[in-house]
Design a protein around this ligand. Sequence first.
Ligand code: AMP
Ligand code: ZN
Length: 119
Amino acid sequence: MVGSSMNDCLFCKIAGGTIPANIIYQDDHVVAFDDINPQAPHHKIIIPRKHIPTLNDVQAEDETLVGHMAHTASILARQLNIAEPGYRLVMNCNAGAGQTVFHIHFHLLGGRRMSWPPG
Ligand code: AMP
Ligand code: ZN
């Protein structure tokens, strides 16, 4: 799949520092940064440093990592003061769901009322 290898992956390059992003948090396992095309007043992207193309590719050994991504999102939401009013955490899986970057990521969206169902 085009753009799915580590060498040709936008989010691997952001994690590695070769493509700039406004990074708001990083540790040994995850990186979080501003979405370049925000869909809400707060729109952050949380990625693992490990290249995993889609949620379908997550293995048992990745469960702690994906849990750490979700926990990081909740900590960032609290720091952004959107934990109480509420926020949305989204992971699109494959093109039919709107995935365009094939390196798993959570969208952390907040700062406005969210509608349901999503489009
Ligand atoms: P998805 O469509 O779920 O794969 O989400 C990909 C997200 O990455 C979109 O919300 C894009 O706006 C965002 N994005 C694409 N390129 C960049 C970039 N260079 N820096 C930050 N976010 C980006
Ligand atoms: Zn990648």
